[in-house]
Write a protein that binds this ligand. Structure first.
Ligand code: SF4
Ligand code: MSK
Length: 649
């Protein structure tokens, strides 16, 4: 039977992507959208999670007729083991990213990393304080060196539990202690996950799953939190910046260089180098109007948050960006960079440059990025792009017009500042707005795109519905880029869609109702915000009781599984657009979707449609408000400076 070919408009929500998918057809270029069609009949054993290939007596597949693998493992054990391995991989990805940053901090502290230094002294001192480092009579380099050594200990510690856990509300810490889910060193947690899932080790599905949550805590409150904090020290804590998003940010008359992946070390240097007058002059000598730097996925989010560099697109637009025919070089680092990129690039003149030694791609140019000479490396890469400009074939160039203005850069510090100014930076006005009902609740919408559903559709419908219902949205990753492309990340446009109460608060404070908080590791900023709400008071003593929900609408990566787990372990209910591969075990499914309520005060919910996700989120928030006793509408009153002073005097 011939495979069903979907109409192009059904693949993507935004017009720019549809335009380039049509061009891909004309240019004979195969993309992830086409390959998803050829993979339509997904293996049932895989989607149910009941295929085990952990040892070579197998692979074993569980069916009613063969309910146990050769070793005797049943569906519960196999599904739970597969789940834990996904979590471990996600945690490893985030935490290795964090490790690279800590090693860079160490080098920068020693003065051995060209172009890097301590950009945000306040962030350094704040973090040093958390690690009891006395700053007296120490240079910032010395403080950074001591801090880096302590942070490296968070990865390797064997008996000590993570110090970063102290950043969580005491109630969460106590739950983790009582449930035996306090993580030791991050690396140890990942190693133990692999050990436990080896043949013949941990067979009790609930014991395996509890370790999945324990390992995930080492990510959300450990690796990812460290990555965000160290990035802030090295590159600056984000504050609101204006920029624009979607494929239309690519400029035809510029030498175009795209950064893609996750780690910000090189992209920071490319940002600096791209503004070097000598480099701009050589681009002009080559016949271009200048250097066009833009990003894809989370590397894009990193330099957007700190420098306002435009975002060309999210995960499923990485190939589409090349199909514009106007990209000289795409620099890839780690995570979410498709192996298909060099093949797509072959249809044009684009050079794909793989810059991480742990992430090589066949057909890409390997480039060993050396943090000792980072600025030189960045200049070399831009020179490569300038040299390649002459090879561009104008007949193959077609850049969609579409791009939207955005405001991003909402770190927790930035939100506090916007709420209370320099001297009274605080979450108080936010908590009050929630208590008074002007803000009904807070929802974090995060995660990827997935060609099994229409690009950005679920994310955008859900976001609009929640904003209409007075829900403040916190966003990261590719979900944030989806809203950016939709024009929902500016105070002006999004406020038209917000409910009355939310609009009132956003207008008073001057923020959009959707706050872009950064990249995948910056999901830890959402936890930080949740903790701040608890610390501020008035909404209970635990994250678990807050009128807050997490949603991963179009997720696809193992990192998203880890993120979902650390949200649940922190007491935040998580709605999934795509189901986990666990339905082959009723017990594992029940554990994740129900038992965790009794353990952590939160669980997973599978909602295949955005409408169902919206009603589920609103129901969860309504129940939390009732429990907190704030379900009745109190008098609506604008919170002005006089009110703030009265509270804080
Ligand atoms: Fe089969 Fe058991 Fe080996 Fe898995 S560990 S492949 S279930 S024998
Ligand atoms: S990039 S993990 S597709 S959010 Fe962070 Fe996007 Fe998901 Fe990658």
């Amino acid at each position: 039977m011939p495979r069903e070919k979907k109409p192009i408009e059904s693949r993507a929500w935004d017009a720019a992507s549809v335009e380039l998918l049509e061009k891909a057809g004309r240019d004979g270029v195969v993309t992830a959208f086409d390959r998803a069609d050829t993979q339509q009949n997904h293996c049932k054993f895989g989607t149910q999670g009941v295929c085990c290939r952990i040892c070579h007596m197998g692979p074993c597949r569980i069916t009613p007729k063969s309910p146990r693998g050769v070793c005797g493992a049943n569906a519960d054990t196999i599904v739970a083991r597969n789940f834990l391995r996904e979590v471990a991989s996600g945690v490893a990805a985030h935490s290795d990213h964090a490790r690279h940053l800590v090693l860079l901090l160490k080098k920068a502290a020693e003065g051995a990393a060209q172009g890097y230094g301590i950009k945000d002294e306040k962030a350094l001192l704040r973090m040093a304080g958390k690690y009891d480092i006395d700053p007296a009579e120490k240079t910032s380099g010395e403080i950074a060196a001591t801090l880096a050594a302590k942070l490296l200990g968070e990865f390797t510690s064997q008996e000590q539990t993570l110090e970063t856990l102290n950043l969580a509300p005491v109630k969460q810490q106590n739950i983790w202690k009582s449930m035996n889910t306090v993580p030791h060193g991050i690396d140890r947690m990942i190693v133990e996950s692999m050990h436990r899932t080896h043949i013949g080790v941990d067979h009790d599905y609930s014991n395996i799953l509890m370790h999945a949550f324990r390992t995930s805590i080492a990510d959300g409150w450990g690796g990812s939190r460290i990555a965000s904090m160290v990035s802030d020290i090295l590159f600056g804590t984000p504050f609101p910046v204006r920029s624009s998003a979607n494929l239309g940010v690519i400029r035809e008359d510029h030498v175009n260089l795209l950064v893609h992946g996750h780690e910000p070390e090189l992209s920071e240097m490319l940002t600096i180098a791209s503004q070097d007058p000598k480099i701009v002059a050589s681009a002009k000598e080559a016949g271009a109007a200048g250097i066009g730097l833009a990003g894809i996925c989370c590397t894009a989010n990193e330099i957007l948050m700190r420098h306002g560099i435009p975002v060309a697109g999210n995960f499923l637009q990485q190939e589409l960006a090349l199909i514009t025919g106007a990209i000289e070089v795409m620099v890839v680092d780690v995570q979410c960079c498709m192996p298909s990129l060099p093949e797509v690039a072959q249809a044009y003149h684009t050079e794909i440059v793989a810059t991480s030694d742990i992430a090589r791609t066949i057909g890409a140019t390997p480039f060993s990025f050396d943090t000792d000479k980072a600025l030189d490396s960045a200049k070399e890469l831009i020179k490569k792009a300038i040299d390649n400009f002459k090879s561009r074939d104008p007949k193959k160039v077609a850049i969609p017009k579409s791009h939207k203005p955005i405001v991003a850069g909402f770190s927790v510090d930035a939100v506090k500042y916007m709420l209370g100014g320099t001297f009274r930076a605080s979450f108080r006005p936010l908590n009050d707005a929630v208590m008074q009902g002007r803000i009904f609740g807070i929802v974090g919408i995060v995660g990827c795109n997935n060609p099994n559903s229409r690009l950005d559709e679920y994310t955008n419908i859900l976001t609009k519905e929640l904003v209409k219902n007075n829900v403040l949205i916190l966003k990261t990753g590719c979900a944030a880029i989806a809203s950016a492309k939709e024009g929902m990340l500016t105070p002006e446009s999004a406020l038209n869609e917000a409910g009355d109460g939310l609009r009132e608060v956003c207008e008073t404070v001057g923020i959009p109702p959707i706050l872009h908080m950064g990249s995948c590791v910056d999901n830890s900023r959402i936890l930080e915000a949740a903790a701040e709400v608890v610390f501020e008071g008035g909404l209970g003593d635990s994250i678990a009781g807050l009128p807050a929900v997490g949603v991963a609408p179009e997720w696809m990566s193992e990192k998203a599984v880890a993120i979902g787990c650390y949200f649940v372990a922190s007491g935040v209910d998580v709605i999934l657009g795509n189901a986990f591969h666990v339905f082959g075990s009723e017990k594992v499914t029940d554990f994740l979707h129900s038992t965790t309520q009794d353990i952590f005060g939160a669980s997973f919910h599978h909602c295949p449609s955005p409408e169902k996700a919206a009603t589920t989120a609103l129901d969860i928030i309504a129940a939390a408000r009732k429990k907190l006793g704030i379900d009745t509408q109190s008098e609506r009153k604008l919170f002005d400076m006089k009110d703030r002073r009265e509270i804080l005097v």
